[in-house]
Design a protein around this ligand. Structure first.
Ligand SMILES: COc1cc(/C=C/C(=O)SCCNC(=O)CCNC(=O)[C@H](O)C(C)(C)COP(=O)(O)OP(=O)(O)OC[C@H]2O[C@@H](n3cnc4c(N)ncnc43)[C@H](O)[C@@H]2OP(=O)(O)O)ccc1O
Length: 267
């Protein structure tokens, strides 16, 4: 990867460890000594990385180097901010996490250890979340005297509901990996140490889908799900028509009919 923000500078390790594995881009938050706290440098590196996904990449895995996904906002950067700077800071995070959510290809988050505050908000912007038992989820903003600023109040209630997020924010309740799965925050719960390999395996799998189907799932489905039913059904028909008219769909359907492709079986 040639992006400047993720490159190591003057003896400092790169803030992101970016690796290519076939059609999958692996993006590791790389500040383990600070539990992958999100400072401006790492946020800008994420923006840079997600703005420059190479054309041949078909899926992205985001994960944390070390024992944790992320301890959230780097609190040492907040102490000097006034209200104007705070607003700019939060809106900068919004733009960056939007790049993750509206990424051209599916983004899978592999979660372990602390998934806290802004780290949880980053995970919310991914399309699939995979956790291992060490993962725990918390919003300690109330204890820090702040509010979520990375889009969490928009994305998290849509995943777990307003009531659970309210409880997390008011009481500082920490959800376990099992609760995260039960409440629909994560879609996969693996054995310890397996979240990243599982995320990479899933990424390799989604990378084999027709790009137009993945595009429809990432870009159209969220809008359809929030639209009024009539508008939603119209958008669905339009998207379905575009996808099934594509040569790729015709080739894939022909391959199934000719018994040249795998059947759908339970795993
Ligand atoms: C308002 O506008 C916003 C807000 C936001 C988003 C807000 C948030 O993210 S709020 C949540 C902030 N995070 C926390 O409160 C978590 C704090 N960290 C911990 O509780 C622990 O460090 C731990 C994650 C549980 C890990 O514990 P442990 O393994 O024992 O490690 P430590 O010894 O505690 O830490 C090692 C080292 O890392 C430093 N560190 C850890 N977390 C942070 C952090 N979040 N910020 C800064 N530094 C952190 C810790 O100080 C230690 O440093 P040393 O130098 O002492 O080694 C978004 C956008 C907006 O506009």
């Amino acid at each position: 990867m040639g992006n400047a923000a993720s490159a190591a500078t003057a003896g400092q390790p790169a803030l992101l460890k970016v690796e290519v594995s076939g059609p999958v881009l692996s993006v590791g938050l790389n500040r383990p000594a600070k539990r992958n706290a999100l400072n401006d440098g790492i946020i800008l590196a994420i923006a840079d990385c997600f703005s420059n996904i190479p054309d041949d990449i078909r899926a992205v895995v985001i994960h944390g180097i070390g024992d944790h996904f992320s301890s959230g906002l780097d609190l040492s950067e907040l102490t000097e901010q006034d209200a104007t700077e705070g607003l700019q800071h939060s809106q900068m995070w919004h733009r960056v996490f939007d790049r993750v959510q509206y990424c051209r290809v599916p983004v899978i988050a592999a979660l372990k250890g602390a998934v806290i505050g802004g780290g949880l908000e980053l995970a919310c912007a991914a399309h699939i979340r995979v956790a291992e038992p060490s993962a725990y989820f918390a919003l300690p903003e109330g204890q820090r005297g702040i509010f979520v600023g990375g889009g969490g109040s928009v994305r998290l209630p849509r995943l777990i509901g307003v009531a659970r997020m309210t409880d997390m924010m008011l009481t500082g309740r920490v959800y376990s990996a099992i609760e995260g799965a039960a409440y629909g925050f994560t879609q996969y719960l693996t054995e310890e140490g397996n979240a990243y390999p599982k995320a990479m395996e899933l990424a390799a799998k989604v990378a084999t889908n027709a790009p137009l189907t993945n595009f429809a799932v990432l870009q159209a489905l969220p809008m359809i799900a929030e639209a009024n039913p009539q508008a939603g059904l119209l958008m669905e028909s339009l998207m379905a028509t575009v996808a099934q008219s594509d040569k790729e769909a015709k080739t894939r359907i022909r391959a199934f009919l000719d018994r040249k492709t795998a059947k759908v079986k339970p795993t």
